[in-house]
Design a protein around this ligand. Structure first.
Ligand code: F6R
Length: 264
C-alpha cells in the first residue's frame, strides 16, 4: 500500500484528481468505480475543473458506483444517482448511458438477478481500472458493514445503526433514513485493478489506523485493502493522526519522489 499524507482536504482532493486524470488521459476508454458521500466531493469538483479549464474528456469513460439506498428512486434528491448527476456526471462530458449506479427501486424478488447482472456489466466493460473509496466510521467500504464476508459480492445489505446515524445528515429532520442498500461486495471491490482510498478529518483517524495497521478482519471491511496489490491511500494529516508508522510513510513518499526525479 502506498500511503500519501497531505496537509489538508484540498490537497487530498487535488492529488486524487491528478491520479484519476492521469488514468483518463492514458486510457480514455477506462472504467472507473465511484463512491458518494462527503469525502470524494473535492475530487469531483477538481475533475469538473479539469474538464472545464483543461479539456479533460470523459467521453469514452464508463463508471460504476459502489452503492445506492434501497427504496429510493434515481430522481429522489437523496439518492446516490442524484448525487452523482449533480456533482459530477451533469458537469462533464460523460455519456449518461456509460454511467451505472445500482437501481434502488429493483423489485425485491428480482434483487438477486439484478445484483448478478450488475457484476456481469462490470465484467463486460473490462472490469474496473480504478476504484475510488471512502471509509465509514465503522470501517466499511461501500456498504460492507462489520461482519460482511471479505469475499462478498453485490447484494442487498442492512445498514448498521451507526451508518444510519452518520447518513442522517443528508436527510431532513424527521425523515426516515433508509435502512437497506444495494452494495458492491468486498470481493467485487478487490477485483479492481487499482484502488484509490481517501479519508480526511480527525473523526476518521482511529478507524483509518485500524484499517491500515490492524488485523485483516471482516469487523473492519476496509482492512481487506491490505490484501490488494495496488492501493493508494491519500489522507490529510488529521485522518493520518493515529497511524503508528506515520514517520515511515512520510519518509518513503519522500524517497519515492527522489527516485522519480530526473538526476540531471
Ligand atoms: C458511499 C460509500 C461509503 C462512504 C463512507 C464514507 O458510496 O460507499 O462507504 O464512502 O460511508 O462517507 P463520507 O465520505 O461521507 O464520510
Amino acid at each position: 500500500m502506498r500511503v500519501i499524507i497531505k496537509e489538508d482536504y484540498r490537497e487530498v482532493s487535488r492529488e486524487a484528481a491528478g491520479m484519476v486524470a492521469g488514468l483518463v488521459k492514458s486510457k480514455p476508454c477506462c472504467t472507473l468505480g465511484l463512491a458518494t458521500g462527503s469525502t470524494p466531493l473535492g475530487l469531483y469538483n477538481e475533475l469538473v475543473r479539469l474538464h472545464r479549464d483543461e479539456g479533460l474528456s470523459f467521453a469514452r469513460v464508463k463508471t460504476f458506483n459502489l452503492d445506492e439506498y434501497y427504496g429510493l428512486a434515481p430522481e429522489d434528491s437523496r439518492s446516490y444517482r442524484h448525487f452523482m448527476d449533480e456533482n459530477l456526471f451533469g458537469k462533464i462530458d460523460i455519456r449518461p448511458e456509460n454511467t451505472s449506479v445500482p437501481d434502488g427501486r429493483t423489485e425485491i424478488d428480482k434483487l438477486e438477478e439484478y445484483c448478478t447482472s450488475y457484476e456481469e456489466k462490470i465484467r463486460a466493460s473490462g472490469g474496473i481500472d480504478l476504484q475510488v473509496l471512502g471509509i465509514g466510521s465503522d470501517g466499511h467500504i461501500a456498504f460492507n458493514e462489520p461482519g460482511s464476508s471479505l469475499s462478498s459480492r453485490t447484494r442487498i445489505v442492512s445498514l448498521d445503526p451507526q451508518t444510519i446515524r452518520d447518513n442522517s445528515r443528508f436527510f431532513n429532520k424527521g425523515e426516515r433514513v433508509p435502512e437497506f442498500a444495494l452494495s458492491m461486495g468486498v470481493g467485487t471491490i478487490l477485483e479492481s485493478r487499482e484502488i484509490l482510498f481517501l479519508a480526511s478529518g480527525e473523526g476518521k483517524a482511529e478507524i483509518v489506523a485500524r484499517a491500515l495497521e490492524g488485523p485483516v478482519t471482516s469487523m473492519v471491511t476496509a482492512s481487506a485493502l491490505q490484501l490488494h496489490p495496488k492501493v493508494s491511500i491519500i489522507l490529510d494529516s488529521q485522518a493520518a493522526g493515529k497511524l503508528r508508522r506515520l514517520q515511515y510513510y512520510r519518509f518513503s513518499e519522500e524517497a519515492e519522489r527522489k527516485i522519480r526525479m530526473p538526476l540531471f
